[in-house]
Design a binder for this molecule. Structure first.
Ligand code: F0G
Length: 458
């Protein structure tokens, strides 16, 4: 029997969850326009919508909250967070933001002009939208293996270095105000990026004078993948690996709602003093003063403690194993998933699970709806609802290569038996999958449509 390390914690406080009846789930779906973002939390049994801001804080974090200093400027909490960020990330400056997308907005608003391009391995949807909101062009240059759910590449989040070099040569470095890399690569299956790749990406950006920003939301999970899989890093601590990762970048955007184990918060960090000054002005306009950026002092303290806990190797060993446990369970019952499993989530390959539903009818979203109806499980579509868009030149719809259902696992929240339950619901769905039908969109806004679109079943 494969060994999965048990949770390195025990439960001190509980939150009841309840599976409401199937007819109630059916009417919740109708009411919400078949958009799972429109459901009430009380209507959900197991919530795998996101690992963002949904984790359980530790007793140390809750204790730190009581020490929060709510001074408007120069709080002790800010000082504690500044010290932790400087230790782990090593950048000269940082600004707190209320979450990751606020950091992305600051970067895009300050540096990006119309029609300029921002390359990355794969931009997450909020980054993609922040770039488009400035009339910029997000460009995804991940290795081809990322698009093959079956290829077990150890670092499937890697940037394709040839694609990056060619892209810069064609576009011209002047039209690329900064370059990015998302670790782990959420939109591409939560897959890690190797340190070798990070070094090379950094060298390419540097040779072209393009500032390099890392989208660092799940950097801690990425460090542990490097420790496990990259030759030469087995004996390095996750802290040392993190230091090395960020030493190659000019800055980072971070949603603390992931690997900093908090319910809200984020930051932007950079070395460039001029950019720091401009970003500070933008922060004061939209988020808050330099030393709190839209957060309470106590939030800053919770992030400071959470950042350290996020790098704890006993925790990370359990965390990545919990994800592979669910992946193994699903593989055992022949549910096609992205292999190897990523850090924070298992991604089901809905295109091969439901080959009878064309992309224009949203197969991954159809599976999300089925998971809720069958078992009260909330998941998220990472496919055509999220990423299909109209080509401005031809008017044709461009569909993404992958149609995925992400089962994101909140940190320190669900136990192994919750995951067994999820697998059992997949057994029920697999038995009747040929009868599942697609959906059509009845309303959608232009940007980030997946949050508020409404659907009708076909
Ligand atoms: N970058 C990545 C890679 C993300 O996964 C997210 C958020 C963000 C940036 C934005 O951060 O939510 O704090 O503004 N991802 C969440 C998710 C929403 O469900 O994957 P935020």
């Amino acid at each position: 029997m494969p060994f999965h390390p048990p949770e390195p914690f025990r439960i001190k406080m509980v939150e009841p969850i309840e599976l409401i009846g199937k007819e109630d789930r059916r009417s919740a779906l109708t009411r919400s326009g078949y958009n799972l973002f429109g459901l009430q939390a009380a209507e959900i049994f197991i919530d795998l919508l996101t690992d963002s801001g949904t984790g359980a804080m530790s007793q140390e974090q809750w204790s730190a909250i009581m020490l929060g200093d709510e001074s408007y400027a120069g709080s002790r909490s800010y000082g504690r967070l500044a010290e932790t960020i400087s230790q782990i990330f090593g950048f000269r400056h940082f600004l707190p933001t209320h979450q990751g997308r606020a950091a992305e907005n600051i970067l895009c608003a300050l540096l990006l002009a119309e029609n300029q391009s921002i390359p990355s391995n794969t931009h997450f949807d909020t980054t993609d939208a922040n770039i488009r909101a400035q009339n910029g062009v997000p460009v995804n240059l991940v290795i081809d293996a990322a698009y093959d759910p079956k290829e077990k590449h150890p670092f499937k989040g890697n940037m394709d270095l040839n694609k990056l070099e060619n892209f810069i040569a064609q576009t011209g470095a002047d039209n690329i105000p900064f370059g990015m890399l998302t670790i782990t690569n959420n939109a591409g299956g939560g897959q890690p990026v190797s340190l070798e790749n990070i070094r090379s990406v950094s060298a390419i950006y540097k040779a072209n004078n393009i500032p390099f920003f890392i989208d660092a939301c799940r950097y801690a999970e990425n460090t542990y993948f490097i420790k496990l899989r990259e030759p030469g890093y087995g004996d390095k601590s996750t802290f040392e690996i993190a230091r090395e990762i960020f030493s190659h970048a000019d800055g980072a955007t971070m949603s603390a709602k992931k690997d900093a184990h908090v319910n809200i918060g984020g930051f932007i960090a950079m070395n460039d003093p001029e950019l720091y000054q401009l970003a500070g002005n933008e922060l004061i306009l939209r988020e808050g003063f330099l030393t709190y950026g839209g957060l309470a002092g106590r939030d800053l303290d919770a992030i400071a403690v959470g950042l350290k806990e996020g790098l704890d190797e006993r925790y990370l060993a359990y965390r990545l194993e919990q994800t592979s446990y669910l992946a193994e369970k699903l593989s055992e019952i022949d549910i096609p998933i992205v292999l190897p499993p990523g850090g924070h989530a298992v991604y089901v390959d809905a295109k091969s699970f439901l080959p009878h539903i064309p992309q224009s009818e949203f197969p991954a979203h159809a599976l999300c709806v089925a998971l809720y109806l069958e078992g009260g499980i909330r998941s998220i579509e990472i496919g055509s609802v999220m990423f299909a868009h109209t080509d401005p030149n031809t008017g044709n719809t461009i569909y993404p290569q992958l149609e995925l259902v992400r089962l994101a696992i909140p940190r320190r929240v669900y136990t192994q038996s919750h995951l067994d339950y999820v697998a059992s619901i997949f057994v029920n769905i697999a038995a009747k999958k040929d009868s599942l039908r697609g959906l059509k969109i009845s309303y959608a806004p232009e940007l980030l449509r997946h949050f508020t679109a409404r659907f009708e079943p076909l």
